[in-house]
Write a protein that binds this ligand. Structure first.
Ligand code: UDP
Length: 239
């Protein structure tokens, strides 16, 4: 029996680093498989799932530009990194017999579908997981902005921000402050004014303007993602 959930369509955002495992770089296949299994448990509940994966485990535009590379070129490299991560996640999900599509904001027809909104919606309706790759397709943005944009376009009810080593939004860094407090819920404006680490400011503002709640939770515990969709577990909701 599947636990019930009120969610029909959600977007899961994970950073590229979530795929790294204990490595310092790149994809760690057992970790990618573990996350794919977590996603499957939610897919099994009948929830339609979009995914956006960052690229920071391979390349970040800001790092490249700090080393003298032109920012836009570095950002395109970052976007291409997200395509590699999306393909890795696709392979892991397909190994679990889940149908998926990688949909890229930068056309590369041999590798991924181009982004066509109505087509993506159709995939979701058919139970396919849509992995949105290449961010927004524009430099100077992040995959957090891409997650907010796609979740809005796909009419997702919420963005689930799957984190490693942290189970929500804290008033200060819980790794360095023993007295850090986790918020159960917090407003977009508080996140912005207190500079809380959730998403970058443009992504938060876009989520706020589109009334898109953000649910920040830990991806570390097995069954955690599914539990939160079923109304259990600890998390922070930004709304
Ligand atoms: N990026 C971009 N435009 C986008 C999304 C991403 O230019 O719409 C680039 C940017 O250089 C960024 C990199 O891709 O540093 C990887 O994305 P991000 O840093 O968001 O990944 P994460 O931190 O989530 O792993």
């Amino acid at each position: 029996d599947q636990p019930s959930t009120t969610y029909k369509r959600v977007l899961l955002k994970i950073s590229g680093e979530a795929l790294m495992g204990d490595q310092a770089f790149g994809l760690h296949p057992p970790t990618v498989e573990r996350i794919a299994r977590e996603v499957k448990t939610v897919h099994d509940m009948g929830v339609e799932i979009c995914m956006v994966i960052g690229g920071g485990n391979i390349f970040r535009g800001l790092q490249g530009s700090a080393q003298g590379m032109e920012r836009t070129t570095a950002d395109y490299m970052g976007m291409l990194a997200t395509v590699m991560n999306a393909l890795g996640m696709q392979a892991a999900l397909e190994a679990l017999k889940i149908h998926t599509r990688v949909i890229s904001a930068i056309t590369m027809n041999e590798v991924a579908e181009p982004y066509i909104r109505r087509r993506a919606v159709r995939h979701l309706e058919k139970g396919r997981i849509c992995i949105f790759a290449a961010g927004t397709g524009n430099p100077y943005f992040t995959t957090d902005t891409a997650a907010t944009l796609r979740a809005s376009e796909m009419s997702c009810e919420a963005i689930f921000m799957g984190k490693n080593g942290v189970d929500g939004v804290y008033d200060k860094d819980p790794k360095t402050h023993a007295d850090a407090k986790r918020y159960d819920d917090v407003t977009y404006d508080e996140v912005l004014s207190k500079h809380l680490k959730v998403m970058d400011a443009s992504a938060i503002a876009l989520a706020r303007d589109n009334n898109l709640p953000l649910i920040v939770f830990s991806l570390d515990e097995p069954g955690g993602f599914r539990g939160i969709l079923a109304g259990e577990g600890t998390y922070t909701i930004v709304h």
